[in-house]
Design a protein around this ligand. Structure first.
Ligand code: TYM
Length: 386
């Protein structure tokens, strides 16, 4: 029986007890030896691994050994386009981009304009669909390789997924869906079907490549419920179980909660004018004391600080500098105002440079769409499935 958790696809806090969450979800913590295994294959270390921003997994070791043995492998991740992209969203994409480059893998990227239309009362389908294109610019700006990156927009590319989805759907009861996703009597039926489409992409590479393909899904821990079910039914449908590696959630800039589109004042969007992004940082809630005197005397709490987490998860490459910041805060020699001002200037610079790349991406979107590269898998071309 699952305890009530504050993390799932449609709700997530930020300063959660991640260890407890693993027990409830049944995923495994990422060990030093697994991190070393991945870094050995990648030929490079990554701060998000060293710092355990990516901190848990399901069968990452299996995926890596299949990769090493020469099996076909692919990456899969996605976005629910309900609005502009914020820094929390790009966190797993930055890591995914690194994996793509180091492992030379195809990435399947799902834009769930249907999910967000079904879930957000006020969002029109045309809006979520146009956000799918807008959000694609963020993905492209991160430098993904168009030859290996395939964006699926659910409402337009449903033909790629539907034959797989109906096979999944037949294996799933309403009672499993309800227990996993917390559906109630008033939940619309679209949302009840939707998870099947998110699971379907984990099996799509096997269909498209016509051979058993091992898939790794780098994504926030909030998305884990989909994969628990997908893994349960994979082999019965003739597909390898998809593996996952989970990231922690970047906190919002307010006192609590993850960075979330539903709280725009506490999120920095990739489209915020650089000065607006910097101002949001300057107004952020910190783990500091109410006055400078108290801060100097008692020190702050970086473990509960949205500003420190931004450094740790995204804006500080050097482990030594991060450590120094941590202890300067703890011992009271670092004042929140100074710590924020430095982050604000890094965020301003990041936004300025990112937005230039984002604008250039506008005429490249077509090259990334799955429909510009793959034919839809036909029911008859199934080489792997029984
Ligand atoms: P969405 O749009 O809510 O989130 C997109 C990705 O961003 C992660 N994420 C975060 N990571 C760190 N800090 C945060 N504050 C934060 N907020 C969100 C999410 O975990 C996710 O990885 N249903 C999905 C769309 C989807 C998908 C997928 C996501 C379809 N297929 C496969 C991941 C993998 C959604 O609405 O994501």
């Amino acid at each position: 029986m699952e305890e009530s958790v504050q993390v799932g696809p449609w709700a997530a806090e930020a300063f959660v007890d991640y260890e407890k969450l693993l027990k409830v979800f049944g995923a495994k913590p990422l060990t030093d030896s697994e991190v070393r295994y991945l870094e050995r294959i990648a030929g490079e270390s990554h701060a998000m691994l060293r710092r355990r921003v990516f901190y848990s997994h399901r069968d990452l070791d299996v995926f890596l050994s299949k990769y090493e043995t020469g099996y076909r492998c692919a990456l899969y991740t996605g976005r629910g386009p309900s609005g502009s992209t914020h820094l929390g969203h790009i966190l797993p994409w930055i890591f995914t981009r690194w994996l793509q480059e180091k492992l030379g893998l195809d990435l399947f990227f799902q834009m769930t304009d249907d999910e967000k239309f079904l879930h957000e009362e006020k969002l029109d389908l045309l809006e979520s669909n146009s956000f799918a294109y807008e959000n694609s610019l963020d993905l492209i700006a991160l430098g993904f390789d168009y030859r290996k990156t395939h964006i699926i927009i659910d409402t337009e590319d449903i033909g790629y997924l539907y034959p797989i989805a109906v096979r999944i759907a037949k294996k799933l009861t309403y009672s499993t869906q309800r227990a996993t996703f917390g559906f109630v009597d008033s939940t619309n039926v679209g949302l009840i079907f939707y998870p099947v489409l998110q699971m379907a992409v984990s099996f799509l590479p096997t269909e498209l490549f016509g051979e058993e393909t091992y898939v790794l899904i780098p994504a926030g821990i909030d998305q884990d419920p989909y994969w628990r079910i997908a893994r349960d039914i994979a082999q019965g449908l003739g597909y390898p179980k998809p593996s996952q590696v989970h990231n922690k959630l970047l906190p919002g800039l307010g006192p609590e909660g993850k960075m979330s589109s539903s709280k725009p004042e506490t999120a920095v969007y990739t489209t915020d004018p650089p000065d607006v992004g910097a101002q949001k940082i300057m107004r952020a809630f910190t783990g500091g004391q109410p006055t400078i005197e108290l801060q100097k005397k008692l020190g702050g709490n970086p473990d509960r600080c949205s500003v420190y987490k931004m450094y740790e998860m995204l804006f500080e490459d050097s482990d030594a500098m991060l450590q120094e910041r941590y202890w300067s805060c703890r011992t009271g020699s670092l004042i929140c105002g100074d710590c924020k001002a430095e982050l604000a200037s890094r965020v301003r610079k990041f936004l300025k440079e990112f937005q230039e790349k984002r604008e250039k991406a506008r005429d490249q979107v077509d090259m990334y769409l799955i429909r510009s590269k793959f034919d839809k898998p036909s029911l008859r071309s199934r080489t792997v499935l029984r």
